[in-house]
Design a protein around this ligand. Structure first.
Ligand SMILES: Cc1cc2nc3c(=O)[nH]c(=O)nc-3n(C[C@H](O)[C@H](O)[C@H](O)COP(=O)(O)OP(=O)(O)OC[C@H]3O[C@@H](n4cnc5c(N)ncnc54)[C@H](O)[C@@H]3O)c2cc1C
Length: 425
């Protein structure tokens, strides 16, 4: 269901969309072709032609780092001869997970990375949740284990539970790093990997300033986060699949709207099981509207908005259990959902991404590594966080005197030929 400017539109297939939506889709494809040569970029990715990919990408960096996504759309020839409403509707429903307009201020380079790698399409629902990945890693015993006895897992090394949150990171005895937890217990390590939101280094925790260069601090602290909010209710069953006897349509559908709910998503766990509705999944200003409100108020506001789209639906009669809500920006362990780089942030990202190459750094800055969503080139998409983890693993292995097997070089071994383009400061 698409609900814009008070008018609802029910579509089951892309083909059912009215011409304006198809024209917006075509304008977006044309804009990507004319502004970024998207098909060449995708072809190089498909063929795993790293040299061709790098050549195209290196040309795009200086052009699009300084300019926003909105600038890209508004100045493209493809949208230029179209009404303003096309940009507006593209912003509201252009993309399944909340509309594109919340990303309009972001650096166009970041949007191009997402689009070129198809992160915005063909998403899959993972039954049981993605949480299974970290839990799986925690319990996995690698088959080719060398240093530890066979059967060792991260869980067994930690005696079944992770250590408490970190509140201090300091240099100790020249080449060690001291990590202090929230209960004041300090342990020394040869290397430390920081994989959390970088703002936490200067807020939740005290991180010794000399561990990073001033240029790195500039990059870490300039990180800009997207705000996001979600509010969920549990329902007695996936009632939304019942058919409206008058229209023959589903009683309720995934809903994109310009009202304050913005995105409503339905989770069907089977006809005989409770369902879940994400009443509102919103970003940036729309998430800020929710920030000061308690969960009950968020639910009431969302139900009121949905009532205008589905006037005959008694959604509240199906709600069971207590609602759940999240605002990442109010969580002291996150402070924002994930990075959303602004125009001019390429250099900051470059410093963070390349930080795992430490041979030329002064000794005082070596041994601390960073990885995760904040270091990634594609924040908000887990692939990028995983890439940075692989880089950091290589960096730590190298720091501790290890090497990759000759026939399986790591990211640091290939760095000179693959390293991202450096822009002058
Ligand atoms: C609203 C939202 C929607 C998203 N949608 C998608 C999507 O559709 N597809 C996709 O691929 N990705 C999506 N992502 C991105 C994905 O979740 C991230 O890329 C991924 O979780 C990054 O992993 P990470 O290990 O870098 O960080 P995180 O998973 O954030 O892990 C960081 C960890 O550090 C912990 N921590 C914080 N402070 C401390 C401390 N002081 N001491 C110890 N630990 C601490 C935190 O509790 C947290 O567990 C989404 C993210 C959000 C917030």
């Amino acid at each position: 269901m698409i609900d814009l400017e008070g008018k609802t539109l029910y579509v089951e297939k892309i083909a059912d969309l009215p011409p304006m939506f198809k024209e917006i889709g075509a304008a977006w494809s044309k804009a990507l072709e004319e502004g970024a040569g998207l098909s060449g970029l995708r072809q190089a990715i498909r063929e795993r032609d790293v040299a061709a990919l790098k050549e195209i990408w290196d040309r795009l960096i200086p052009i699009w780092d300084d300019r926003s996504f909105y600038d890209f759309v508004a100045t493209s020839y493809a949208f230029a001869d179209r009404p303003f409403q096309y940009r507006e509707v593209f912003g509201q429903v252009g993309f399944g997970t909340g509309g594109w307009d919340s990303d309009y201020p972001n650096s166009m380079l970041e949007i191009l990375r997402v689009v070129a790698t198809d992160c915005d399409e063909n998403q899959n629902y993972i039954v049981g949740g993605v949480e299974q990945v970290p839990r799986g890693l925690w319990k996995t015993s690698p088959p080719n284990i060398v240093h530890w006895p066979k059967g060792t897992t991260l869980e067994s090394l930690h005696r079944g539970a992770p250590r408490p949150g970190v509140t201090r990171i300091d240099r100790a005895y020249g080449d060690k790093i001291a990590v202090t937890d929230r209960w004041g217990d300090t342990k020394l390590y040869d290397a430390v990997l920081v994989a959390l939101q970088s703002w936490l280094l200067t807020t939740y925790m005290k991180c010794e300033e000399s561990l990073f260069s001033p240029k790195m601090w500039m990059a870490l602290d300039r990180t800009r986060y997207m705000q996001s909010s979600k509010t969920f209710v549990m329902t007695d069953r996936p009632f939304w699949k019942d058919k409206d006897p008058h229209t023959g349509r589903d009683l309720m559908s995934m809903t994109l709207t310009d009202r304050l709910t913005r995105g409503t998503y339905l989770f069907d766990n089977g006809d005989d099981k409770p369902g879940v509705i994400c009443l509102t999944y919103s970003w940036m200003s729309d998430a800020m509207k929710m920030l000061p409100l308690p969960v009950e108020k968020r639910v009431t506001l969302a139900l009121d908005a949905l009532k205008k789209i589905y006037p005959d639906l008694a959604l509240e009669k199906h709600i069971i259990g207590d609602p759940i809500t999240v605002s990442w920006e109010s969580d002291p362990n996150f402070m924002g959902a994930f990075k959303g780089a602004l125009p001019g942030h390429y250099r900051y990202n470059h410093r963070m991404y390349c930080h795992f190459m430490q041979d030329k750094m002064p000794p005082a800055e070596r041994g601390i590594f960073i990885a995760g969503d904040d270091v990634s080139w594609t924040p908000g998409w887990v692939e990028g966080a995983v890439q940075t983890a692989l880089n950091a693993v290589w960096g730590i292995m190298h720091h501790l005197g290890g090497e990759s097997p000759i026939n399986n070089p790591g990211p640091g071994d290939r760095f000179e030929s693959l390293k991202p383009l450096e822009l002058p400061d």
